[in-house]
Write a protein that binds this ligand. Sequence first.
Ligand code: SF4
Length: 246
Amino acid sequence: MGKQYEKFASDIEAVTLVLKREYKDFAHHNKKNPLDELVLILCSVKRSEKVYLGAYRSFKRHFPKYNMVLRMPTKDLANVITWGGLQNQKAVALKNLMMIITKEFGKPSLALLKHFSDEECENFLTNLPMVGKKVARCVMLFSLGRNVFPVDTHCWRICTRLGWIRPTHKNNVYYHRDVDRLQDKIPPEFRFSLHVNMISHGRKICTARNPKCQVCVILPFCRQHVLQSACRTSKSVEKQKTSAVQ
Ligand code: SF4
């Protein structure tokens, strides 16, 4: 076990198990085809699940083949991709993205990324327009079977509340080096499960405002909750941790 895993190692393993038991590794409609996954994640930015799934289905209805995106005038493309506003900029970026992928692989497909190393995958993807580390790592995790840990707003919020990572900026803002620090702390074999189940937990229980701590299955591991509960002794916390994993 690497040095970066040592602190919180037993908590990380226990929380992974408890969340897995609660949410059953639900994969949130992610796609096996890496280009489909990329489009789905781009649709999901700042949208609720219902809205982004609708946007993705609408996109696929208009463009059953990705070649059609390349052939469509940018103005017409903007009229189709109306999710989340800024459609003119997004249409330009999406066309550029398809052109770069086609130039690299001979067709609008990311299937050949399976031959790339993790580092090469992430470099290629994060150099595409609109693609940051979270989007790149989602494509790698869900469609290319890589053991990476995409950090979205739910994962970040829960991990900071658990005390696994200390925020370096105000208002819970996080940057590239923060998500790398957090990924380094999560052992590769837990990353898929922890990512998908933290999304479920963040949507249902550990919400940004008014988290439902009283029914939280990982409460005994939560630093924020422990700090708020002055009467809880470390002995009783350890007891609760043990019963949570049993
Ligand atoms: S105890 Fe509360 S703050 Fe901590 S992880 Fe659970 S819901 Fe979130």
